[in-house]
Design a protein around this ligand. Structure first.
Ligand code: UGA
Length: 441
């Protein structure tokens, strides 16, 4: 096998496309595979099918190098690759908190059928602990090469919006392996990162699977902790922003992921904690993470509490009230609307009879597909025209930089709910606005 293994990336969503592109830029020959022919055609044509800052430039670079190709043919991947990365999604199942492993099982089975020589299959998708053991058996029983095919687990920690940075300079690498050979293959596949000093933790397979869900559980817990403090602040007249600032100077606590507001959403944190609770219950250790139910409940309450605050700003009823909703994406620098708190708030407002005018710099198409019943504006000014209440729901820089005097001339009434604690209350109040935010006096 060559010193630089040939890589395939199975699944070219946020995770897979970024991984494929960055590995090619790092000098590897990479073949990206997806069942979605449209997505593959776009990528091959130099177009990233979602919004991710910096990724289009990296794709151009990778394609120009001649090291990156895309295909829908998994047999081609099996013939080409020494190391195969599984990057397909594991969404929440419909009607259950469990992770849906259909895509993982399908791609591993399809790949295995075509594996006729020694190679390493590496899981990157977020899966319930124990999945890797099951997939090892699946792989080796289906693959013509049998036990010459090994499985490893290499969890991915990239954040949307920072995907390139997190892939090129990750804060750690985790290799879950079952043999020295598998470890050698992974070391060869990540040589440039390891040489640049990225810390490596080598584990067994279940530990590697668990690292990922426990990392996301910890992050979710931190966010819900500060939002729980916000709830207490709301009834005591205290200010959660100052409280969070004071906590952040304690280096044991730290200030990151301690931003209060509307809470977490996206395709990862919410579904990962639910799948983790479900899996631990299956294993009989559910009590160990029962606190995650509360983490989820605190997070969900933020959405209703934000609606309550907007209703109060509207004078007690939302019936027929025009609300300008700034933001749809689950966070800034992303067009992802999966479990987006912003859109959930917009939907709840609509349910109470409000006319919700949504604007987001990047997520409009995805939002329109997910919630066709909402009204979509073409700009901040268009969304704000005649609004009784403005609600800032995703903290895009464009919204942080809004001039309150300018906006004040467009709206019907200068009432704002800052769902993300992104604006300076002093400046907004000085411009005549009735500024409200959860957890702030
Ligand atoms: C998250 C993790 O941060 C990544 O490490 C992980 O790889 C990824 O999930 C995944 O499992 O694939 P991501 O979903 O891109 O990444 O988003 P985050 O930056 O973690 O933000 C999640 C949500 O928390 C957003 O809705 C954000 O607005 C919210 N948040 C974040 C807060 O409400 N407060 C904070 O202080 C931080």
């Amino acid at each position: 096998m060559s010193e630089k293994p040939r890589l395939t990336v199975l699944g070219t969503g946020y995770l897979g496309a970024t991984h494929a592109i960055c590995m090619a830029v790092l000098g590897y020959d990479v073949l990206g595979i997806d069942t979605d022919a449209q997505k593959i055609a776009a990528l091959a044509d130099g177009k990233v099918p979602f919004y991710e800052p910096g990724l289009p430039e990296m794709l151009r670079k990778a394609l120009d190098s001649g090291r990156l190709r895309f295909s829908t043919d998994i047999a081609e991947a099996a013939a080409f690759g020494d190391v195969h990365f599984v990057c397909v999604g594991t969404p929440q199942m419909k009607g259950s908190p469990a992770a849906d492993l259909t895509y993982v099982d399908q791609v591993v089975t399809d790949l295995a059928r075509n594996l006729t020589r020694q190679c390493l299959v590496v899981g990157k998708s977020t899966v319930p602990v124990g999945t890797a053991d099951r997939l090892t058996q699946l792989l080796q029983s289906v693959a013509p090469a049998g036990s010459a095919v090994e499985l490893a687990w290499n969890p991915e920690f990239l954040r949307e919006g920072f995907a390139v940075e997190d892939t090129m300079r990750p804060d750690r690498l985790v290799f879950g392996v079952g043999s020295g050979w598998a470890l050698g293959q992974l070391e060869a596949a990540f040589a440039p990162l390891l040489e640049s000093g990225v810390p490596l933790v080598v584990t067994d397979l279940p530990t590697a699977e668990l690292v990922k869900v426990s990392a996301n559980s910890f992050l979710a817990t931190k966010i819900s902790f500060i939002n729980a403090m916000a709830e207490v602040c709301e009834t005591t007249g205290a200010d959660v922003q100052q409280l969070a600032k004071a906590l952040s100077y304690d280096s044991r606590i730290g200030g990151r992921f301690l931003r209060p507001g509307l809470g977490f959403g996206g395709g990862c944190l919410p579904k990962d904690i639910r799948a983790f609770i479900h899996r631990t219950e299956e294993l009989g250790v559910g009590q160990a993470v029962s606190f995650l139910r509360e983490v989820d409940a605190i997070n969900q309450r933020r959405r209703q509490r934000t609606v309550d605050l907007i209703r109060s700003q509207a004078g007690g009823s939302l019936e027929g009230v025009t609300v300008c909703a700034l933001g749809a994406a689950f966070k800034p620098d992303s067009d992802d609307v999966r479990d987006a708190p912003a859109l959930d708030v917009a939907r709840l407002l609509g349910d109470e009879g409000a006319v919700v005018r949504v604007y987001d710099p990047q997520a409009m198409d995805n939002a329109r597909r997910a919630y066709p019943e909402l009204v979509y504006a073409t700009s901040v000014a268009d969304a704000a025209a005649g609004a009784r209440v403005v609600a800032l729901l995703t903290e895009w820089d464009q919204f942080r930089e809004i001039d309150p005097t300018w906006l004040g001339d467009i709206v019907e009434s200068k009432a704002i709910v800052d769902g993300r604690h992104a604006l300076d209350p002093v400046t907004w109040r000085a411009a005549g606005w009735d500024y409200r935010a959860l957890g702030r006096a």
